[in-house]
Design a protein around this ligand. Sequence first.
Ligand code: FAD
Ligand code: MG
Length: 330
Amino acid sequence: MKFKILSLLLALTLNGCGIFNESSESPPTLNRTDYALGTYITVKTPDIPVTAASALDKAFARLFGIEMIASAKNPESELFYVNENAYGRDIIVSDELYSLLHTGRFYAQLTDGAFDIALGSIVELWGIGTENARVPEAYEITEALGNSGFEQLVLSEGERTVRFLREGLRIDLGAIAKGYAANEMKRVLVESGVTDAILDLGGDIVVIGSDRRIGIADPRNSAEICAIVTISDKAVMTSGDYERFFDENGVHYHHIFDGTTGFSADSGIISATVIFECAMISDVLSTAFFVMGVERAVEFAATMPEIGYILIDNEMNFYYSENIEIEIIN
Ligand code: FAD
Ligand code: MG
């Protein structure tokens, strides 16, 4: 079935997904866009009353607050302090950071390390998405691998403390904190009375309201879409090899790492989308599925039947769950 795309209302150009609208006449909306978490974040709502404007302000304030806790890059953040200081001693952290670390470690265990919040030393070494991106020497990768892995992270619930067992261990919440921030922004908006809105976090989409058509970026031409899903009150989060990368000597190096090799994950999947009510779990599992590859991801997803997924492999084959409403565009 072919679809004529008349307008793409929100940025499809960034990565992941975008809003697909067949009508050229859109109702008036209230928009706000800001730069955070290394990307552009837009909230768009047709709920125009004055309260919606203040709801948007509150939602963005929440986003910036989370960035100051969970950013591995900002030297002023709480996580940055932990990364610099938690080797061999217990650091007391905020409830919010503790809960992100605890949840992150839980999913690292559940996915057998396909998703792992403790790959920060590998992420830093490769520098993908920064001006220092490079292919490291083999010994550097071996060293970074030794300084990686959620098993090296000690959390103590009672005292809310964090400790590292390796000096070079670094936590990176890049594959969970965006989803968490999306959940929090949604919560603030809904609590403020917003009943209809689209949140676009650099191409990861959260919908408040019903029956929104969301385009999935074509991983081999991310300005176009290759599928449309119709969702209500859900998140659509995508991990792809086309979002942050560099090519050298014919090899494609991207930002999603395999903690068993220290190299970019090479499972055959080039785009993994997870559709679920909770944006944080969608974020985590899209990264995990990307690393797992089709067979392992489909097997894993069978244990969580409420999760929707779309996996695209390097031959542009689609694998998707039966619980989603999807149209593939040829
Ligand atoms: P996802 O697949 O959801 O996440 C991939 C990211 O998670 C990688 O970039 C890496 O950081 C990490 N990762 C890689 N492999 C794994 C794995 N196997 N398991 C778990 N995690 C993995 N970007 C900037 O350029 N500048 C910033 O200042 C900046 N600040 C940020 C602050 C916060 C709080 C967050 C959440 C993100 C920030 N980012 C920033 C973006 C971040 O670096 C990631 O690139 C981004 O979150 C990737 O999201 P994604 O949806 O594209 O991919
Ligand atoms: Mg993710």
